[in-house]
Ligand binder design. Structure first.
Ligand code: MRU
Length: 352
């Protein structure tokens, strides 16, 4: 069970699966420069926090190929502009600036533009591979939280389409399924762009994992049903130093409902999603997307012309609602400030 190849570096180009076309069509895009990558991230053809980081890393490698500079000073100045273009695409997922910083450091360590260009490709491939390895470890750590025979609720898409690997929350679900523990996954559709309905349902169906799609409004009813939901497990776009979690809009609602029903609420994310530079969720920038994503559906209006619509893409769940944060380095629990900073004291963890 390896999931789909959401992104790939092939002979100096990036091939990515256009997620806006799923599940109707599997269309792959071949990108040749960083502007195309920036557009793909902004338009959410590629999405999900870890995959946005990987895409941005490949975007830097693409950008470098088009820089014609005879010395390192010029090369790095133009590379900075590439990084800024990519950085301006989506503000919430910290994996984006995390990856751009790693890429910049890799280029700065090179002796000349040619070597820097090669180092950027190597670093992007390394970031991709590290994420894939982290997913597997995270999945194994997380499966312990899934009781045998249980139903699990997840939100948005946190699978191969969001990480380029095995998935975070969906990686835990996959690991639990492989261990024979899981009986059913409930996937909330995730308004307004339906990542749950279009993408999570697609991945679960391909893997043959029993799955039921629900509208977000059905969550409370389901949680009241005895034994329907053993736990909620979601991903994250940015985790603050105190354990507050920014994730897809609607996550906070799920967490509050879960607490009311004494259902554990788990967050699964690689350490590259933890931002010790944000003291709490209040410092996390929340992306606002165009109102048309709410007022239209598949190009057709679903609301009267002239209505105002608010379209925040993420919300923040305060850490008091989070039962545990599952990472590739291990599990963090309250007090999160201490537990999260300890993850970074372990040898070999890089932190932007
Ligand atoms: O707007 P999206 O689709 O990029 O949002 C994705 C999410 O909120 C995911 O839950 C999060 O990035 C974790 S992905 C492993």
């Amino acid at each position: 069970m390896q999931g789909v190849k959401a992104i790939e570096w092939i002979d100096g180009r990036v091939r990515l699966l256009d997620q806006t076309r799923l599940p109707q069509e599997e269309v792959y895009l071949d990108l040749e420069d960083h502007q195309q990558m920036a557009a793909a991230i902004r338009e959410m053809r590629v999405r999900g926090a870890p995959l946005i980081g990987i895409a941005a890393a490949y975007g830097m490698a693409l950008g470098a190929r088009h820089i014609d500079a005879s010395n390192m000073q010029d090369f790095l100045a133009r590379l900075r502009q590439v990084a800024e273009d990519l950085s301006a695409t989506r503000p919430t997922a910290v994996n984006l600036p995390w990856a751009l910083k790693r890429m910049t450091l890799a280029a700065e360590a090179a002796a000349d533009p040619q070597a820097a260009s090669e180092a950027l490709v190597a670093e992007a491939l390394r970031i991709h591979q590290e994420n894939t390895d982290a997913d597997r470890r995270l999945g194994q750590h997380g499966a312990q939280f899934i009781p045998a025979g249980s139903g699990v609720l997840t939100h948005c898409n946190t699978g191969s389409l969001a990480t380029g690997g095995y998935g975070t929350a969906l990686g835990v679900i996959r690991a639990a399924w492989e261990q024979g523990k899981l009986s059913r996954v409930y996937a909330s559709e995730t308004r307004p762009l339906l990542q749950g309905a279009r993408l999570t349902a697609w991945e679960l169906t391909r893997d043959g994992i029993p799955a039921t799609l629900i509208v977000e409004g059905a969550v409370g009813l389901l949680m009241r049903r005895p034994q329907a939901i053993a736990c909620v497990i979601v991903g994250a776009d940015r985790i603050a130093a105190n354990g507050d979690v920014a994730n897809k809009i609607g996550t906070y609602n799920l967490a509050v409902l879960a607490k009311e029903h004494a259902i554990p609420f788990y967050v699964a994310a690689p350490t590259s999603t933890i931002d010790l530079g944000s003291a709490s969720g209040d410092q996390i920038p929340i992306e606002e997307r165009p109102p048309e994503e709410v007022t239209t559906f598949a190009g057709a209006a679903v609301a009267p012309a002239g209505i105002e619509a608010l379209n925040p893409a993420f919300d923040v769940t305060p850490h008091r609602y989070v039962s545990a944060i599952i990472t590739e380095r291990g599990i963090a629990r309250e007090p999160y400030a201490e537990a999260l900073s300890q993850l970074f004291q372990q040898e070999g963890v890089r932190h932007a």
